[in-house]
Design a protein. Structure first.
Length: 364
């Protein structure tokens, strides 16, 4: 009995010794393999991070979409075109959104978003109709800037974790779309008489018109302005806004002057129009006639008739029904005095508003 116990003990000790020796022999190799595996993972991770840093914002969003699909086994699905993840402690209502329709630019300001926001909070979605997308840190905000292929109206919604962004064409929101242009601006003063600048008269009338439209929320008309401040968008930008909104109408608001620029007795309202209905099928001449009738009725000014547009004007080649309204002559003392008054400017704006309404009503 004791002999059997001794034999079993000897076998156990020998087995333990063999296992120990084998372990000692292979441990360095196992350790090396483990270190190589960790190094490989780190290398791939570092490479991926470097690749992400070299990506544009649109490329990064496409990369995020792919990663999300690989993790879940299906394409990301959510309301809208783009989903932003809200930083910790930030509500959807805290984000600010601004549109520069003239330049087809949409800006989203995200409070407390740092320089690495897009890496810490992956943005998902589609870059369809987005020509460029940039992100930068500005003071206490992270700013996303979208340059769109045409004018889009941003539509937003949000929950506790995400901010959803969609882009709609004006025609998806409005029955009719118009562009209103206050002539001149910035370094283009237009006609200057007795210290009065035409650019300011034009803008004052347009701002009165804007107030009328803003006070009529029941009107399903989308109105886009080339300027509402003292800036001077170049002619290309003004004309591009017509095309990028696919506008039905373009209304330019200007003052008039004699060819010599000297003060005279010539006065009244004149309207220039774009291509005729037979040429373009857009009814520019009809619009011009309606504008002339409504403005002279509203202001009491005399009718100076219609004129075909010049080839180099902002309405040349326009696909929309397009007119330039010359409200009055700054080279006539009486009209110059009237054009500077808020009351007369409001009457002119009312005339333009009624002309727009009448044109759409008559054209159906």
């Amino acid at each position: 009995m004791e002999e059997k116990i001794l034999k079993r003990t000897a076998v156990f000790i020998m087995t333990l010794s063999v296992v120990f020796c084998l372990g000692v022999f292979h441990f360095p190799r196992l350790r090396t393999v483990s270190e190589e595996l960790i190094a490989s993972i780190k290398e791939r991770r570092t490479k991926t991070e470097a690749e992400r840093l070299d990506m544009t914002e649109l490329e990064l969003m496409a990369y995020n979409n792919k990663q999300a699909e690989e993790e879940t086994g299906k394409k990301p699905s959510f309301t809208g075109q783009i989903r932003l993840e809200l930083p910790l402690g930030v509500l959807g209502s805290d984000l600010k959104i601004n549109s520069d329709y003239l330049r087809q630019k949409i800006e989203i300001r995200i409070p407390y978003a740092g320089e690495s926001y897009l890496y810490e909070y992956p943005m998902l979605g589609s870059g369809e109709n987005v020509e460029s997308l940039t992100y930068q840190k500005q003071e206490n905000y992270g700013v996303l800037e979208f340059i769109m292929s045409q004018v889009y109206e941003p539509q937003v919604s949000y929950d506790d974790d995400y901010y959803y962004l969609d882009f709609l064409e004006p025609q998806e929101l409005y029955d009719k779309v118009i562009v209103i242009d206050a002539g001149g601006g910035g370094d283009d003063s237009g006609v200057v008489k007795q210290g009065i600048l035409e650019k300011n008269v034009n803008l004052d009338i347009v701002l009165q018109l804007k107030e009328i439209f803003d006070a009529s929320p029941d009107e399903n008309i989308g109105v886009y302005y080339t300027r509402t401040t003292d800036e001077n968008p170049n002619r290309k930008l003004r004309k591009t806004l017509i095309d990028k909104t696919n506008a039905d109408l373009f209304i330019g608001v200007y003052a008039n002057a004699t060819q010599s620029g000297r003060m005279s007795s010539i006065h009244g309202t004149q309207v220039w129009y774009g291509e005729t209905e037979s040429e373009m099928g857009m009814g520019s001449k009809d619009l011009a006639q309606i504008c002339l009738e409504e403005i002279t009725a509203a202001t009491g000014s005399s009718n100076k008739g219609l004129m075909k547009e010049k080839d180099d004007s902002v309405i040349s080649g326009s696909r929309a029904s397009a007119v330039l309204i010359k409200v009055g002559f700054m080279t006539n003392q009486q009209e110059l005095d009237l054009l500077c008054t808020k009351e007369y400017q409001y009457k002119a704006a009312q005339g333009i508003y009624h002309a727009i309404k009448r044109f759409f009503k008559e054209k159906g």
